[in-house]
Design a protein around this ligand. Structure first.
Ligand SMILES: [Zn+2]
Length: 247
């Protein structure tokens, strides 16, 4: 694809890729998962063009804190002050949270992040693993909420339920049968492309592979898949389209 096509990586972790420089046709949403990574990502979004931060506390982080109730207020204060474009990643991860105690910590944190998103009128970036039913139940009980299921790993029913609740689905550069079905189920208007770099893609440039997966499945050109997923990401995060590609 040529370098004039606008692309958006809807979810990456730039604090873990310090040498990365984004090309001018790219918009990148860099995502925190702990207080420490929120501090770094807020700073990166402040100093890099076409780069925006989503800040939140992930379930895998939350479950590590027995004193979560003490820590959360100061973590939330930092998020408020940093003016992110979304709250997250947050959610539930029962792959890592095996015991009831760990699950409860995750639920407490998820609830606080939803309250913060409502207070700040921001969308939510959801991390969910082996917990789709509960995550969607929680989101539904607080609806209407704007949310993105990052690195979608549910089934087509979960995808359908999410978009019926005004959610969007984010596709990483890793094909799977479940994701292919979900792409067909929800269609281009409810999809964004991400890399989760450096954990799935190496850098946000690998978003081209996520775009390719979407274009193949929907039988549309890569250019169209790139443009539409970029527009969808900018709309979801509340970024006006004309601010990108300034040089
Ligand atoms: Zn991530």
């Amino acid at each position: 694809m040529d370098e004039t096509i606008k692309m958006a990586d809807a979810h990456a972790h730039l604090e873990a890729i310090p040498a990365f420089k984004a090309p001018p046709n790219f918009t990148i949403f860099t995502c925190g998962y702990s207080h420490e990574s929120n501090v770094k990502n807020a700073e990166i979004a402040h100093s890099c063009k076409n780069t925006y931060a989503s800040l939140g506390i992930a379930p895998q982080t939350a479950q590590q804190y027995a004193n979560l109730a003490e820590e959360l207020p100061k973590w939330c204060d930092f998020i408020r002050k940093s003016k992110p474009v979304a709250i997250g990643e947050t959610g539930l991860d029962f792959h890592w949270g095996k015991t009831e105690e760990l699950k409860e910590r995750q639920r407490t944190c998820f609830g606080e992040m939803i309250t913060l998103a409502q207070e700040m009128r921001l969308p939510l970036v959801i991390h969910c693993r082996d917990a789709y039913k509960e995550v969607l139940d929680v989101l539904e009980s607080h609806s209407p909420l704007s949310f993105m299921l990052h690195c979608f790993s549910g089934n087509e029913k979960d995808a359908k339920r999410a978009v019926e609740m005004e959610g969007i689905i984010s596709i990483p550069p890793l094909p799977s049968a479940g994701r292919r079905k979900a792409i067909r189920e929800v269609g281009i208007s409810r999809l964004v492309a991400e890399t989760d770099a450096p954990y799935i893609g190496k850098t946000p440039l690998d978003v081209v592979q996520s775009i390719r997966i979407i274009s193949k499945e929907l039988e549309i050109t890569e250019e169209e898949a790139a443009e539409k997923t970029c527009e969808n990401a900018l709309r979801f995060y509340g970024i006006p389209g004309d601010v990108i590609c300034q040089t």
